[in-house]
Write a protein that binds this ligand. Structure first.
Ligand SMILES: Nc1ncnc2c1ncn2[C@@H]1O[C@H](COP(=O)(O)OP(=O)(O)O)[C@@H](O)[C@H]1O
Ligand SMILES: O=C(O)C1=C[C@@H](OP(=O)(O)O)[C@@H](O)[C@H](O)C1
Ligand SMILES: [Mg+2]
Length: 172
């Protein structure tokens, strides 16, 4: 069955857009991070602090494969790092997968993340200057993987509704 997979950097809106796309299409949505948290019975922060990032990436890969193999139509909001580990980017090319990269500029990401970093262990302890530099470098490193998506939607300056409409247009 068909999977609509949203990917992109932390703060680009994967979780928010997946939820809103689901409301309009009536296709159920799953947030990969939330699925991992439920499975581990720990928050993302706790998984990172108690078990480390390598363990998180293992759980993330297993959960992603599980969701892709489920028999339902579903919208999946990935974590920002999902396509960048364990060859997960290859899974974006699957026959029943429609993958959409929500592309945001460094400024958009910084402005959204600066007040929303506490639940994101990779940036939670950074000051503003460190964060801007980190986002710039990290986004550059990860872009190769994000660009493996079948579709791309630029989200800068767009409302949630506008981004949802753009995705609907692409998938029509
Ligand atoms: N136009 C927009 N589209 C998506 N998110 C937006 C927008 N404007 C503000 N936001 C906010 O940006 C944040 C995006 O975070 P989230 O959806 O968790 O992204 P991700 O899952 O990609 O990390 C949320 O706090 C959301 O309310
Ligand atoms: O970019 C990353 O490596 C991560 C992004 C997070 O998801 P969001 O992109 O939804 O914040 C979450 O999976 C974890 O903190 C690691
Ligand atoms: Mg998210």
């Amino acid at each position: 069955m068909r999977k609509i997979v949203l990917l992109g950097y932390m703060g680009c809106g994967k979780s928010t857009i997946a939820q809103n796309l689901s409301k309009i299409t009536k296709i159920p949505f799953l947030d990969l991070d939330e699925c991992i948290e439920k499975r581990a019975n720990l928050s993302i922060n706790e998984i990172f602090s108690q078990h480390g990032e390598v363990y998180f990436r293992k759980l993330e890969h297993e959960m992603f494969v599980e969701l892709l193999n489920s028999p339902e139509n579903v919208i999946i909001g990935l974590g920002g790092g999902t396509p960048c580990y364990a060859n997960n980017h290859e899974l974006l090319k699957g026959e029943n997968v429609a993958s959409v990269y929500l592309k945001a500029s460094i400024d958009t990401l910084y402005n959204r993340l600066v007040y929303n970093k506490s639940k994101r262990p990779l940036i939670a302890n950074m000051n503003e200057e460190e964060m801007r530099e980190f986002i710039a470098k990290h986004l550059f490193d990860r872009s190769f993987y994000y660009n493996q998506a079948q579709h791309k939607v630029v989200v800068d300056g767009k409302s949630v509704e506008e981004t949802v409409q753009d995705i609907l247009g692409i998938l029509a």
